[in-house]
Write a protein that binds this ligand. Structure first.
Ligand code: XIL
Length: 321
């Protein structure tokens, strides 16, 4: 197949990204990332449990290979992620006093973000910190809407600002993002917008809001538009950080043509919207290449099938109008 590179189609609008794993160093997986994309996010290799599984022992080899590959081939690299509750080693999540926990956060971020300083486009500094189902109170106190995580319990609500400050000290050139899922949900979007606005007002070095965008074909695209508008008003840079669209009633027998077309329509609607907001959207990153290797492989979320063949979804993204 001789497909138009997606990165060329969206040139001048936003960067087009996908995940990176070591398989992308060779073969078809290498061809694919180099052909279509100009920015990558490591799927797992920069997460806290990959970077510092044991306290004080940092494992940089595979992520170094990634930044080397990106440098050689003119791709940008996104760091993902520094402060999270998931894929974080037990010792880092273990209950402890505030000072001890601040030390863990500072050491992790200064070593990891310090190691990659100057090499990354941006960092997803804090990931998924908002509680599902929370609603911003009338007084705007977003800190009452945080997920109950080890960082919150050990440090308190200011772990978020500390994480951004440590990241900025370690890598003053990387753009710093708050990243979360379901940000098309209006309640959750209002909390993220309030967080961004408040941190910015306090002089905390935060640059953007990352919308993960793990969607399905039942997505009401107007909800995404509403959140983009809300985030745009805060002045934040926006990135679509982990886009995939599952087919809601996927059968084990495979994807029907109707389902494939419905999925393509959702992708087309999303890209029409992203085009409208291209002045504030820095990048759109897909979370996977082929249906069979995706983290949601049971429901056909990607632009390419298991044989690397373009699906209707690819053609919809390539020409959403
Ligand atoms: C996922 C990876 O794709 C999987 O390989 C891993 O087993 C779990 O994490 N939100 C995030 C991503 O920020 O890091 C997650 O990635 C998907 C949800």
């Amino acid at each position: 197949e001789n497909l138009t590179p997606l990165k060329d189609i969206y040139k001048g609008k936003f960067l087009i990204g996908n995940i990176y794993n070591s398989i992308n160093l060779t073969g078809v997986d290498r061809d694919m990332v180099l052909h279509h994309f100009n920015v990558v996010t490591p799927e797992n290799m920069m997460k806290p449990d990959a970077m510092q599984l044991q306290k004080g022992v940092f494992t940089f080899e595979s992520a170094d290979a990634m930044t080397g590959f990106c440098q050689e081939n003119g791709l940008k690299t996104v760091g993902h992620t520094l402060a999270w509750h998931s894929q974080t080693p037990d010792w880092m999540n273990a209950a402890c006093g505030r000072e001890e926990a601040i030390g863990r956060l500072r050491d992790h971020i200064s070593n990891v973000a310090g190691h990659y300083s100057g090499k990354l486009l941006s960092w997803d500094v804090v990931n998924e910190a908002i509680q599902d189902g929370a609603k911003l109170p009338a007084d705007g106190n977003w800190k009452s809407c945080l997920r109950d995580t080890p960082w919150l319990r050990n440090i308190g609500t200011d772990y978020i600002e500390l994480a951004f400050q440590f990241a900025h000290e370690a890598d003053p050139n990387a753009k710093l993002y708050y990243n979360d899922y379901n940000l098309n949900d209006n309640n959750k979007a209002e909390i993220a917008a309030a967080m961004y606005t408040d941190l910015k007002k306090k002089g905390i070095p935060i640059d953007g809001i990352g919308m993960q965008a793990h969607y399905s074909t039942t997505l009401p695209v107007a909800t995404v538009e509403h959140s983009l508008e809300l985030f745009k008003k805060t002045g934040a840079e926006i990135s679509i950080t982990e886009l995939d669209v599952v087919v809601s009633k996927a059968k084990e027998t495979g994807l029907t043509k109707e389902e494939e077309i419905a999925q393509a329509q959702t992708y087309a609607q999303l890209f029409r919207l992203y085009n409208q907001y291209s002045d504030v959207i820095e990048r759109v990153t897909f979370w996977g290449y082929t249906d069979t290797r995706s983290w949601r492989s049971s429901s056909f979320p990607c632009l390419f099938d298991g044989d690397y063949k373009a699906k209707e979804a690819y053609y919809a993204v390539a020409d959403p109008d």
